[in-house]
Design a protein around this ligand. Structure first.
Ligand code: 5AD
Ligand code: SF4
Length: 437
């Protein structure tokens, strides 16, 4: 089969974080606006966009195995590598994997030009990082589900020593107030009931002297928008204004994802986290004072170079102290070009495995306890999709728990639900009242 030029169908596959999911949706909207038809089957598409993640080694490897699979089972499609692997490896990936297009996270608005270039048999390469020109060049949002993402901030200036994000996503930039308010309104007009504000350091968002708390207060005024969330945050950017928004804005859901990575001060310093165990705990105290029922989530890395058993035990004790409702945890993965990759004391894989297992046991225990404590609570659930059983619908509680219930409510409805039982990953509810959104 010959490689399609001027592709008619496309498939976008996103790996990694929610920001990549957002970028993937915007790329799909862009291709659709060019007249291409989306297909769910990557093997049937003329153009496949792999929207990649570079955060850990395994995530990067997945890209190469996906390209191999597409070559074997697909119709020899035009392949575009987008996302952070594209940014980090640039032209290298075109040579190594013989792909047609390499486009970075700040350049994907140029995808139509790159597809045209690839159709002429040339390599479509764009890994430039112009500040913010991407968003203005993308088509307007038209149809979205009840929950939608909105990127408000990109990039990172924090330079944690293990992390590639400052290199792949560039410096911290904030989108402007007006553009964000307009996009949020367009999302609500397109069907969104809940908006999650996204950024690598979302709470570093600012426009002049307005912080994320001010933006949340503005979005609170949009009729038809029922819920606001934001992710991912850095402890040092939890401003007073944002904490006060948790106290005052009812639409702001009582959930905070605030990564800490480790519970030991020497490790936090080696990671260049620029906060201590204690300062992190003090921030949580302030947030809990503002919003006592807030559910907390975090990210953890085990086996950072030089981490001793006693230092790891400090992470376990931090988890005990906080009581997370849910969390993500990872084995340290050395990333090329980051300072930690060259540090002494890289930890043996079996030690990492053992620590990750113990960490996850503690996190699972706390998640189960949080869910069990929800039984008997009445809360609103936003219905997101159908379940497997007849009449069953799935949605989320304010605390981001997955809830299943039997109801004739439709996707996008808000239902008042009593939580009646808790399993390890989801809870069962009974409908009490239908709530007008
Ligand atoms: N190794 C393991 N985990 C990492 N993360 C970031 N970089 C690495 C790495 N090199 C984790 C952090 C971060 C989350 C998005 O991914 O916990 O918060
Ligand atoms: Fe992966 Fe981070 Fe890039 Fe998201 S920003 S795709 S998590 S490397």
């Amino acid at each position: 089969m010959t490689k399609p030029t001027n592709p008619k169908t496309f498939h976008v596959k996103s790996f990694g974080c929610q920001m990549n999911v957002y970028d993937g949706e915007r790329m799909a909207e862009l291709m659709a606006a060019q007249g291409l038809t989306a297909t769910d089957d990557a093997n049937a598409a003329d153009l496949v966009v792999l929207n990649t993640c570079h955060i850990r080694e395994k995530a990067t490897e997945k890209v190469y195995s996906d390209i191999g699979r597409l070559r074997k089972h697909g119709k020899d499609p035009m392949i575009a590598v987008a996302g952070c692997v594209a940014q980090a490896e640039g032209v290298e990936i075109a040579h190594r994997a013989k792909v047609d297009i390499v486009v970075g996270p700040q350049a994907y608005h140029n995808l139509p030009d790159l597809v045209a270039k690839a159709s002429r048999g040339e390599l479509g390469l764009d890994t430039d990082m112009p500040v913010l020109s991407k968003f203005g060049a993308l088509p307007a949002r038209r149809k979205v589900g009840p929950t939608a993402f909105l990127t408000v901030q990109e990039g990172c200036d924090k330079f944690c020593t293990y992390c590639v994000v400052p290199y792949t996503r560039g410096a911290e930039i904030s989108r402007q107030w007006d553009a964000l308010v307009d996009e949020a309104k367009a999302l609500v007009d397109a069907g969104a009931k809940e908006i999650t504000l996204l950024g690598q350091n979302v709470n570093a968002w600012s426009d002049g002297d307005r912080d994320l708390g001010a933006l949340i207060r503005e979005l609170d005024r949009i009729p038809g928008l029922a819920r606001i969330r934001y992710t991912t945050s850095h402890p040092n950017d939890m401003t007073d204004g944002l904490i006060a928004a948790h106290r005052d804005v009812e639409k702001l859901m009582p959930f905070l994802h605030l990564p800490v990575q480790a519970g030991n001060d020497r490790i936090l310093k080696a990671m260049n986290r620029s906060h201590s165990r204690d300062s992190y705990l003090r921030i949580l105290d302030r947030v809990r004072t503002a919003r006592p029922d807030i559910a907390l989530s975090g990210d953890f890395i085990v086996g950072f170079p030089g981490e001793t058993e006693a230092e790891f035990a400090d992470t376990l004790s931090l988890i005990d102290e906080v009581g997370y409702a849910q969390a993500f945890s990872f084995k340290y993965s050395p990333r090329p070009g980051t300072p930690a990759a060259d540090m002494d004391g890289q930890i043996a894989p079996e030690v990492m495995d053992d620590r990750l297992q113990r960490l996850q046991a503690a996190l699972n225990r706390d998640q189960a306890a949080f869910n069990a404590a929800s039984v008997g609570r009445t809360c609103q659930v936003l219905i997101e999709r159908r379940g497997k059983l007849p009449g069953q619908m799935l949605g989320k509680s304010p605390w981001l728990q997955s809830i299943h219930l039997i109801t004739d409510a439709q996707v996008g409805d808000l239902v008042e639900v009593e939580i009646v039982s808790a399993g390890p990953n989801s809870l069962a509810g009974i409908e009490r009242v239908r709530v007008a959104a």
